[in-house]
Design a protein around this ligand. Structure first.
Ligand code: IVH
Length: 662
């Protein structure tokens, strides 16, 4: 029991203090359950400081401690329906009733539990749960989370002192974006959204605004300040919403335990559609009076339970490691796994991202590994169970040559990715053709996977633009190509030739250029040549285009090969309509940037913006040294003061008209 407690304490610290767990949650729950069972069998041997008596971990050094006036409890787990029914039975036994008990049902959000204290409606302190009695003051970081209200404005006003509890989570999409960027920079990706969220809150010195801004807060409980008349958990959630909080999504009231079990099953179905990570459902006796009657243990209430989902993590064995060649030539190591069921799907492959990640995790062929699925994320190898490593294994290294075209692979100084530098490498080409033919790009009906394989393997398509050279005779040489299908494909290619500028940009397969970016570029430039000839600096000027995308575009069009591919696509009849660029390339305001403040008479902000852009100027949101003019209408805001400070020329509405006239 002592050894088990020590082991659990170590994992608690890794999880709560260092934000870098070494074992899966399921594995942790197993260890914890084992200790609980032993303590039940030997109550006289229970250590007073046993981890079963507390939640989380004490506050880390560096943060001020905040005592929770009402302890923040943890939740007991139910792993299956039987355990849920046993929980319900116990509640009824304590209440001496046979009547059904109603439960408030919520998703169990997988993030960091926090408490926000409001005094006279103003946020005074925000803290972590810590060990349930004392948490860490992370007010500064919590204040930057967008949906945490700094003031509670409601009618009637909230009680003088309230403590709102809830979960800070990082949405899955933001998590993936964040990790993609980290990988690109050669940094270690976060293990899961929860660690990324908890870690951001507990950064002491280097505040990570980007990460904090992506966080969401969902309220689900009140510590202090339960208003008169809030008799149920359901009412508490409604009250929290009326104070301006986003409450736990998908909450519901269940009439009895069977309703709760049905809720859980429905939630599991929707699990991957929620956009945030949840690891089960939580059921709370709905009536607050009954909650009190049922009571609490030191660590957990008896009136609530977490019904956990089956784990999204499992262990399996790495059978091989392959290097996949992507559309941009990136060599991605992929672990081929002994198939295993994880969260309802069979997983047989997991990405290992890049060489640094393989090295860091030291994944080897033959290793037993923990694999994880999160939301709709590609399965990942969380870690190696080194105890189970067979003898005579070797470290894995990405191949020195592209596995497809045998060109020596390269890894540039300071980059995380290893690439095949051959742009006509069949692997890249197949991916590029697939991309070009895709729905969002030129949408070539009938140009599918198998056909692309054959076209590239037989040498009919040696470069991207060759796709539009395919004719009936060439197609009929292929296996199982009937005359009808050949005709259909020729017709589909013909339809695909007439496209839009935006789709054409997408079709080129430039890194980081998806539909959103392509739309911005098409609207901004209106035609191909100005984009192809734009410098990196000019590209960065386009609203919504950052340095990474600008760099990628400039690098793409700097390659002679790519420019000639564009020419060849056009020569093969691919065409689009040229539109007027949003910002005119000629006019009195070319090269000028303007800031609008206050109201203009008879001219809406959008109209003013459109007219400035038609005259070649740009409208930006804030005043900087680069601003050419600040247009001040009636009741101007702080931008006017800023303009005065920076000595920027200020014009009124008549002045604007004069500028537009030239
Ligand atoms: S209620 C006594 N509701 O799970 C009530 N907690 O394992 C405890 N959690 O510390 C809190 N979603 O951080 C509650 N809808 C929800 C929750 C939730 C996630 C977290 C919370 C808590 C932990 C317990």
């Amino acid at each position: 029991m002592e050894a088990l407690a020590a082991e659990i304490n170590r994992h608690l610290r890794l999880y709560h203090v260092e934000d870098r767990p070494e074992i899966s949650d399921a594995e942790y729950d197993r260890l914890f359950g084992e200790l609980q069972a032993l303590e039940e069998a030997h109550p006289d041997q229970v250590a007073p400081d046993s981890p079963t008596h507390r939640v989380g971990a004490p506050p880390a050094e560096g943060f001020a401690s905040v005592a929770h006036r009402v302890p923040m409890l943890s939740l007991d787990n139910a792993m299956d329906e039987a355990a849920m029914r046993a929980f319900d039975e116990r509640v009824k036994r304590i209440l001496h009733t046979e009547e059904p008990v109603a439960y408030a049902a919520e998703p169990k959000l997988d993030g960091a539990g926090v408490e926000l204290v409001y005094e006279d409606g103003h946020l005074s302190v925000g803290c972590t749960r810590g060990d349930g009695r004392v948490g860490e003051d992370v007010s500064a970081n919590l204040r930057t989370v967008l949906d945490i209200p700094l003031d509670l404005t409601s009618d009637p006003p909230p009680p003088a002192r309230v403590s709102v509890r809830g979960e800070v989570v990082l949405p899955v999409a933001a998590f993936e974006r964040l990790n993609a960027r980290r990988l690109e920079r050669g940094e270690e990706p976060f293990a899961n959204p929860r660690n990324a969220a908890a870690g951001a809150l507990r950064l002491l010195h280097k505040i990570d605004r980007e990460r904090l801004r992506a966080l969401r807060f969902y309220a689900y409980a009140l510590g202090e300040g339960i208003p008169e008349g809030a008799a149920t958990q359901t009412r508490i959630l409604a009250t929290l919403a009326s104070w301006g909080f986003t409450v736990s999504p998908d909450s519901a009231r269940c009439d009895d335990v069977e309703g709760a079990i049905a809720y859980h099953a429905r939630l599991l179905e929707r699990r991957n559609a929620l956009g945030i990570e949840i690891d089960g459902s939580v059921f709370k006796v709905d009536s607050l009076a009954l909650q009190e009657d049922v009571g609490a243990l030191p660590r957990t209430p008896r009136w609530a339970i977490a019904f956990k989902f089956p784990p999204q993590q499992e262990t399996t064995v790495v059978e091989r490691i392959e290097a996949n060649v992507g559309r941009t030539g990136a060599l991605t190591p992929v672990a081929v796994l002994r198939p295993v069921h994880v969260g309802g799907v069979t997983v047989s492959h997991a990405t290992l991202h890049n060489q640094d990640e393989v090295t860091r995790k030291d994944v080897r062929v033959g290793d037993t590994v923990v694999v994880q699925r999160a939301g709709d994320v590609i399965p990942q190898v969380v870690m190696v169970v080194t105890d189970k490593r067979p003898r005579r294994t070797r470290r894995y290294r990405l191949p020195k040559r592209c596995p497809v075209c045998r060109t020596p692979s390269v890894r540039l100084e300071g980059e995380a990715v290893t690439r095949c530098p051959n742009v006509d490498c069949p692997a890249q080409l197949k991916n590029n053709v697939r991309h070009l033919a895709g729905r969002g790009a030129l949408d070539v009906d009938g140009l599918g996977e198998k056909l692309i394989e054959q076209l590239v393997d037989r040498g009919l398509v040696k470069r991207l633009s060759d796709v539009f050279e395919l004719d009936r005779d060439a197609l009929l040489e292929l296996d199982r190509m009937a005359e009808k299908s050949a005709d259909n494909l020729v017709a589909a290619l013909d339809r695909a030739r007439a496209t839009t500028l935006e789709r054409f940009f997408i079709a080129l397969g430039i890194r980081h250029v998806g539909s959103g970016v392509a739309e911005l570029l098409a609207a901004h430039f209106g035609d191909l040549p100005p984009l192809m000839n734009a410098t990196r600096e000019e590209l960065e000027e386009v609203p919504g285009i950052g340095p990474t995308i600008a760099e990628s575009l400039a690098a793409f069009f700097a390659e002679e090969h790519n420019r000639s591919e564009v020419e060849r696509l056009l020569a093969h009849g691919v065409r689009f309509e040229v539109t007027a660029p949003r910002v005119a390339r000629e006019g009195p305001l070319v090269g000028c940037s303007l800031v609008l403040t206050g109201t203009l008479e008879g001219l809406s902000r959008d109209e003013a913006k459109a007219r400035i852009e038609a005259a070649g100027g740009r409208v930006t949101a804030s005043v900087s040294k680069k601003t050419s003019y600040v247009v001040a209408g009636a009741e101007p805001g702080s931008k006017l003061r800023k303009a005065e400070e920076l000595e920027i020329e200020i014009v009124d509405q008549a002045g604007l008209e004069a500028l537009l006239e030239g």
